[in-house]
Design a protein around this ligand. Structure first.
Ligand SMILES: [Zn+2]
Length: 304
């Protein structure tokens, strides 16, 4: 009995010592080889996103032939209406300033001209400069779906103030809306787009999602919104709901356009997205709404 137990103690001691040495060595080697900054790598999210931003829920697109609601502006657009009832938010300057006519090119060699500010043009042909991120992003103080977290609740300051007014106006009108996704970084769009390509193939993915650098969401001027009546999904059937109709008829009063209309599909290359709002300021949005042209055409007209 004694012998084995002594032996066991010795073995255990040896193992312990070996273990200590080994782990010490490893730690030392790691510390030597690793600069401190590499810790950041652990933050990289591994999994592809599972949410459905800008992805149309597969449903029968109901009324293809029906003209878009924008064709019939029933009421006179009152540009200053949203401000009338609102308690001014702290320092907020009014979103509507005299509309400026861009005197600069819309793009150069396929890269968007960021000097156009809130009129910046990004589409399938024109990408944002590499690594572009607006420097005035703030969290929009509106209701969002739970899956929208962190940066995805952010917009550029002016657009954030405008969506807050839009949501307040909607509430007053008995319209229930929530944001589903606002700002998206270049890196996030990489994940999202790759996931869509893996799922549906590139050709199909291109119809409802943007390759990295080509998403309006990266400008901090775009937000997707939806309503309880369609389960807060991004679905074309939002168009038939009272919330979708309200958006189509009123978004411009707060400086937003429904950027991808059914009638523009051939020109924008995007499917009709009744949920995707792009901020361009009240005056411009009102004109785009009245004239019912794609944003690209509007900018070209403005500059001629
Ligand atoms: Zn969108």
């Amino acid at each position: 009995m004694r012998k084995p137990s002594l032996l066991m103690v010795c073995c255990a001691l040896t193992l312990t010592l070996v273990g200590c040495n080994t782990s010490n060595q490893n730690e030392t080697e790691e510390a030597d080889n690793k600069p401190a900054e590499t810790e950041q790598q652990t933050e990289t999210p591994a999994a592809a996103p599972t949410d459905t931003e800008d992805e149309v829920v597969e449903e029968a697109p109901a009324t293809e032939a029906e003209p878009p609601a924008e064709d019939k502006p029933a009421e006179e657009p009152a540009a200053d209406e949203p401000e009338a009832e609102e308690a001014p938010v702290v320092e907020a300057p009014p979103a509507e300033e005299p509309a400026q006519t861009p005197s600069e090119p819309l793009e150069q060699n396929g890269t968007a001209n960021v000097n156009l500010d809130t009129l910046i043009l990004v589409n399938k042909q024109i990408a944002l400069p590499a690594g572009y991120k607006p420097n005035d992003l703030v969290t929009a103080n509106v209701d969002f779906v739970d899956t929208a977290t962190g940066e995805r609740r952010m917009l550029r300051k002016e657009a954030a103030q405008a969506i807050e007014k839009l949501m307040a106006g909607a509430k007053t009108a008995g319209i229930d809306l929530k944001g589903t996704s606002a700002f998206r970084s270049y890196d996030y769009q990489v994940q999202l787009f790759n996931a869509y390509v893996a799922k549906d193939g590139k050709e199909q993915a291109m119809k409802y999602s943007a390759p990295p650098g080509h998403s309006e969401h990266q400008t901090g001027l775009a937000i997707d919104v939806s309503s309880a009546s369609v389960g807060y999904q991004l679905t074309q059937s939002l168009e038939q709901t009272k919330e979708g109709k309200w958006l189509a008829d009123n978004a411009h009063k707060y400086g937003f356009i429904v950027r991808y209309q059914r009638a523009y599909e051939g020109q924008t290359g995007y499917m009709f997205e009744p949920w995707h709002l792009r901020y361009i300021g009240v005056e411009h949005a009102t004109t785009v709404h009245k004239t019912n042209v794609p944003f690209e055409r509007y900018l070209e007209q403005l500059m001629n």
